[in-house]
Design a protein around this ligand. Structure first.
Ligand code: AOF
Ligand code: ZN
Length: 377
């Protein structure tokens, strides 16, 4: 049935399609495309996997000859480069698409406006910026890596109503209920890497893996067998050789300081770990900013999920390296002996308090999920 729609409505459809690739496109962005002619959809597509066709190509294939004279709604500027697949801008021109509506420019320096320019040169009318904010929010990691050379860091923490994450002994299983833990599985599945401190492994023997059977993905959303890279901050190479995460599918990267013990390093490597040495920051500890830049450059890490204890979480927060927090709050009290969310040594005055902007609060089973962003500066 033909339906007169605003451009925003078609773009919303393209964004919904793009979202289907959330667990599979990494390190590529999620992109959706809808081809519309005479107020009817003639083709749809989304990018499914890196190395496979882009969203526009899927939509053009579905439309066939009906693409001629159509309007394409694309959540990301069509590419102009010959990468693993051909330039989409050219494919749209060749198919005779008359108009292209783009939500946002591609921050990838290989594209960066050239796709739009190519379309215009070929006589295609282009409009940019429809639902731009939503398109940016769809790929926070890709946008951050391409524009700032570091990943988007999302901290996840499970805490009691009195802001405690573990008993003094380190015991922490389980504070939140099964629905919240499923949400955490989904956060892991969409992340390129999971960042933790060696203490978390020592205390919890955390595996830091995606368990597909626990995800319960909505219809239409697929999952790859990819496991996010596990990254363990371990300046003195204390990771136990018997750590469960070393026996899991996927890679474990141990990040240590330059000048580490070569013998211990070899033993960890023999146990399955990869070891990378980072320079020390101003405080003599691992330079966390350098670590994030390394993950972006060497591992193409878009979204990094920080799942750790108060020390590393506090250090990341103090360094201004946390972009988003997802705090799962359980209806329980653990008392004043238990461990807090963030160790922030030196924070003693109200004037030093860390401000947050809360973006969302919702119930997840018996628990609450608060999505907040630290105020920078
Ligand atoms: C599009 N449509 O659906 C996507 C685009 O390695 P390649 O060849 O797949 O290229 C990946 C780059 O292409 C990626 O970094 C981003 O700039 C763009 N992604 N472009 O026209 C799509 N996924
Ligand atoms: Zn493309």
């Amino acid at each position: 049935m033909a339906q007169r729609c605003f451009p925003e409505a078609w773009m919303a459809r393209a964004l919904t399609l793009a979202r289907r690739g959330r667990y599979t496109t990494d390190p590529n962005p999620c992109v959706g495309c809808v081809l519309v002619k005479d107020d009817r959809v003639v083709g749809e597509g989304w990018h499914e996997r890196a190395g496979e066709p882009h969203a526009e190509i899927h939509a053009l294939r579905a439309a066939g000859g009906r693409a001629r004279g159509a309007t394409a709604y694309v959540t990301l500027e069509p590419c102009s480069h010959q990468g693993r697949t051909g330039p989409c801008a050219l494919a749209l021109v060749e198919a005779g698409v008359a108009r292209v509506v783009v939500a946002m420019q591609d921050p990838n320096p290989r594209v960066a406006g050239q796709g739009i320019a190519r379309l215009r040169e070929a006589g295609v009318e282009v409009a940019v910026g429809v639902l731009e904010e939503q398109a940016l929010a769809l790929n926070p990691g890709f946008v951050m890596r391409m524009s700032h050379g570091r990943p988007f860091v999302r901290l996840k923490m499970a805490m009691s109503l009195d802001g405690r994450t573990a008993m003094r002994s380190g015991e922490s299983q389980w504070i939140t209920g099964p629905q919240a833990r499923r949400e955490v599985q989904r956060l892991r599945a969409r992340s390129s890497a999971i960042l933790t401190g060696v203490e978390t492994i020592i205390f919890d023997n955390a595996r830091l893996t995606v368990r597909p059977e626990q995800l319960e993905l909505p219809a239409g959303e697929a999952l790859t067998t990819r496991q996010p890279l596990r990254v363990v901050v371990d300046s003195r190479l204390r990771l136990p050789l018997a750590a469960a995460c070393l026996r899991e599918l996927g890679r474990t990267l141990v990040v240590t300081l330059k000048g580490h013990d070569p013998e211990r390093c070899e033993r960890l490597q023999a146990a399955g770990a990869e070891v990378v040495a980072m320079p020390a920051g101003a405080n003599g500890r691992i330079d966390l900013d350098a670590l994030l830049r390394h993950l972006a450059a060497a591992e193409q890490a878009n979204e990094v999920l920080l799942e750790t204890g108060a020390t590393l979480a506090g250090a990341m927060l103090a360094a201004g390296l946390i972009d988003e927090m997802q705090l799962f709050v359980a209806p329980t009290l653990l008392g004043g002996e238990a461990r807090p969310l963030f160790a922030l040594p030196g924070l003693t005055l109200m004037a030093q308090k860390k401000g947050l902007d809360i973006h969302d609060i919702r119930a997840v089973g018996q628990d609450w999920r608060i999505t907040a962003r630290p105020r920078q500066g």
